[in-house]
Design a protein. Sequence first.
Length: 78
Amino acid sequence: MERGEAAVFPGTAANSVEHGATAAVPGAATPNAPSINALDDLHPPILAAGGVSLGVEAEILTLAVAQAVRGQGLGGAL
């Protein structure tokens, strides 16, 4: 093995690529693949605004739901 040459072991992905197979490269973009955040890309940062009344003593006002807190529940957003 020469200096700077990577070691290739039988049955590894690198060896298979040399023989015509293709291997996924971590971090490489796949052409025409949808973004993992495709749904998030369609929406602006503020998703909703409004209010819900639960009675005189309890009223929940939703001013804005940011993408960063979506999925954390009400407690996580506060």
